[in-house]
Design a protein around this ligand. Structure first.
Ligand code: BGC
Length: 751
């Protein structure tokens, strides 16, 4: 009996121990709140303001240590050496009064060491798994040196390719950006923030930054509330739902109010409406930039406006630590407002597990460029490439191709193909197309390499002539052109979207040889390449594809992989058409192709003879390539599209089924897209909006029934009364391979 009782007691104790080990997120959250309150109660005002202060690494570790000891720094960005990071954390944990760890941040935008395609390229995959896996790779590598916070994803909607930062986001569409951005948040943050390989995400730039007037970076925006809510806010809301730990304000002023001083977006929308519990950081000195905007009189005014608007942490401009003590004394900023900000920051530090262990293993560099990371980068690059043209099936190259000329400044440009925002990726690890093709074809194909131009902006008649000479000896010419990485990204806006330097001349000259020209473009934005598309037999568009761009392109060119990317932005024919995007509202006079272009207009034509329509006399209204466009080596057929009902109530869910058949010779992947149009609203609605997409891989001849489900609630929009509602009425629906094709179906929503 005694033995039995002892056995029961042991069982009971064991169960207690295992219960204690299984952490319960609710209990953890309560415990964290308790710890925050204990800590906060011990903090001086100066220590609180220290938490709200982010510096960029001074380089000099002694200076930083002195400030950390006094509790004057909450976060450091741009520190990437694990030995130095550990040293700084030791100062914080052992020599500062309250032992609060430092949050180390870095712009890990599309990879840390292993560089994935730029985000715009990732968006072209229409594959959230690629985005999530890519962000995971980035988080594993960055966290290995002690970085626990990245300023990504950028979920700014960008409809103007002049804007250099279009490269950093997922393009023009709110739904695509929401899906891909949320996937990136999940990838960065992993299953739980306190896993050592998780890094806090920071969706940015809140909000409207991508709508910079004229595509000129940092410029003002004018986005009325309805458009803000219907177009620009949804990807940020999706990021909050995905659990994003932090947010960054944007540089722009919208309708006169800089985001860093905008309490409507930071308090009303982000916190009250969406229930965000993380913290908000300014962009680089965007607090003091409110002085340049003419919104704040001086640093003190800037600090007051930012904190009162709902900013928690200031990036690099020091006004919080300097000015808030007086502002609190004068009653212009309440100490309770400061306390809220500090709570938000400490909460993330606790959730990241930094208080338990802020240190890293200093020798963990084995994770960098790990084979699985390179595989993920290659897969992402393969899926990101868009086949824009393929005349006479020149691609994939087959065994009859015995000699290829490899030409162009991007064929062997290891740094340039990584794209914008690469601080840590090492170009010696980059696999260029030249190298990868040599490895792939071995001695089966003769390669003549003659770049012609050494960089994308170069002009050289001699170089072009040499490339042409090489082309004459080849069966096929592979020409790699595009943009150097410095031509896109922050502050790198362009007013001319043609290929730079002599690249256009190079392609024209190569085409004149009569040899089939396959053009591969690596760029940070859609370029105006109509002429080059006409002159080429085939065109592959690869937004800067990253470390593994070369092997991805080699596989695609020789048919070891089949293109499946789709344009995540509309490609204009000429820069004068921008901004040009598929989900525009209709005008009272939509163009329909019957209008006369300049070239067709007779001299002395009467005033109304051209067709009074919404278009350009010299550029029509059609884009070069619409949103969602991309070919494959195989062909696909959509048929048998059926809706679950023709009339639905607001709480119903619409089912859409269709057959997708691979009607060509290769196994391939089609991105099936579902678009909807709300025909009549209390305000005008876009002519089409993407609502669902799916990548479907089929063998030659294979046919599959595919289904989408769409809750009617997702047809809601911010209406005339500024309420988010589904308005009953008629809807158009398309299932198609891009935003321009497909047969219109219809359904109704009834009250
Ligand atoms: C950029 C941000 C970036 C920050 C920190 C700013 O100039 O706008 O996107 O995260 O710098 O490097």
């Amino acid at each position: 009996m005694k033995v039995y009782k002892f056995f029961l007691l042991c069982l009971f104790l064991l169960s207690l121990i295992s219960c204690a080990q299984v952490s319960n997120p609710k209990n953890d959250a309560v415990a964290i709140e308790q710890k925050i309150e204990v800590l906060l109660s011990k903090m001086t005002l100066e220590e609180k303001l220290g938490q709200m202060n982010q510096i960029s690494s001074y380089g000099n570790i002694e200076d930083m240590s002195r400030l950390i000891k006094k509790g004057e720094i909450g976060s450091i960005l741009n520190e990437v050496d694990p030995v130095r990071i550990n040293a700084l954390q030791h100062v914080a944990m052992e020599e500062s009064r309250l032992r609060i760890p430092i949050l180390i941040a870095r712009d890990v935008i599309h990879g840390f060491k292993t560089i994935l395609p730029i985000p715009l390229g990732q968006a072209a995959t229409f594959d959230p798994k690629v985005a999530e896996d890519g962000a995971r790779v980035a988080a594993i590598e960055a966290s290995a040196v002690g970085i626990r916070w990245t300023f990504a994803p950028m979920v700014d909607i960008a409809r103007d390719p002049r804007w250099g930062r279009i490269a950093e986001g997922c393009g023009e569409d709110p739904y695509l950006t929401s899906v891909m951005g949320a996937a990136m948040v999940r990838g960065f943050q992993g299953d739980s923030l306190n896993s050592p390989t998780s890094i806090a995400a920071c969706p940015k730039h809140f909000v409207g930054y991508g709508a910079a007037e004229g595509g000129r970076d940092y410029n003002s925006t004018f986005i009325p509330e309805r458009r803000l809510r219907n177009v620009y806010l949804p990807p940020f809301e999706a990021a909050v739902k995905a659990g994003a730990a932090t947010f960054m304000t944007s540089f722009n002023d919208n309708d006169g109010v800089p985001s860093t001083g905008n309490s409507f977006i930071l308090r009303e929308v982000l916190r009250k409406e969406w229930g965000f519990k993380g913290f908000v950081v300014t962009d680089w000195a965007s607090a003091t930039e409110m002085i340049n905007h003419g919104f704040a009189a001086d640093p003190k005014d800037a600090a007051m406006k930012a904190v009162n608007a709902g900013v928690d942490m200031e990036m690099v401009s020091y006004t919080f630590v300097k000015e808030l003590p007086d502002l609190v004394k004068e009653g212009k900023v309440k100490e309770s407002t400061i306390d809220e900000a500090v709570r938000d920051i400490l909460r993330i530090k606790f959730r990241l597990g930094l208080f338990d262990d802020p240190y890293v293993d200093e020798k963990k560099d084995t994770v960098m460029y790990a084979p699985s990371h390179l595989d993920a980068a290659k897969q992402a690059a393969i899926e990101s490439v868009i086949l824009l043209k393929n005349d006479k099936e020149v691609l994939p190259l087959n065994a009859s191709v015995k000699t290829v000329a490899i030409v162009g400044p991007m064929a062997d440009a290891p740094y340039e193909q990584m794209g914008t925002w690469v601080f840590d990726g090492d170009k010696t690890h980059t696999e260029t197309p030249l190298k990868a093709i040599q490895e792939l074809v071995g001695n089966k194909v003769r390669i003549i390499y003659e770049p012609g131009l050494t960089y994308s902006r170069e002009k050289s008649e001699v170089g072009v002539a040499k490339a042409v000479e090489a082309a004459r000896h080849a069966d096929v010419v592979l020409v790699f052109v595009g943009e150097e990485s410095i031509l896109s990204g922050e502050a790198h806006s362009l007013a001319d979207l043609n290929l730079q330097g002599d690249q256009g001349t190079l392609i024209t000259s190569l085409a004149k040889t009569g040899k089939p020209v396959v053009t591969v473009i690596m760029a940070g934005r859609p370029l105006t390449i109509g002429k080059e598309v006409n002159e080429s037999a085939a065109v592959l568009y690869s937004f800067h594809p990253g470390t593994m761009g070369g092997p991805a392109l080699a596989d695609l060119l020789w048919g070891k992989a089949v293109p499946s990317g789709k344009t995540p932005v509309t490609f204009p024919t000429t820069v004068g058409q921008t901004p040009l995007y598929y989900a525009h509202n209709n005008t009272g006079r939509p163009a329909d192709g019957t209008e006369l272009l300049l070239s067709e207009t007779p001299v002395g034509a009467g005033q109304t003879s051209l067709g009074c329509r919404s278009y350009y006399l010299d550029a029509g209204f059609k884009p070069l390539f619409p949103f969602g466009y991309g070919l494959s080596y195989t062909t696909f057929k959509f048929s048998n599209i059926k809706l679950s009902a023709n009339s639905l109530k607001k709480n119903d869910t619409l089912g859409v089924t269709f057959d997708l058949e691979n009607t060509g010779k290769y196994e391939g992947t089609e991105v099936a897209q579902l678009y909807v149009q709300d025909k009549v609203g209390s305000v005008t609605r876009p002519v089409k909006e993407l609502k669902r997409f799916a990548r479907v891989t089929l063998k030659p001849g294979e046919k599959r029934n595919v289904s989408f489900t769409l809750p009617v609630s997702e047809l809601a929009f911010w209406n005339i009364d500024m309420n988010k509602v589904v308005e009953p009425g008629d809807f158009g629906l398309w299932v198609s391979s891009d935003s321009r094709s497909g047969k219109e179906m219809s359904f109704k929503v009834v009250d």
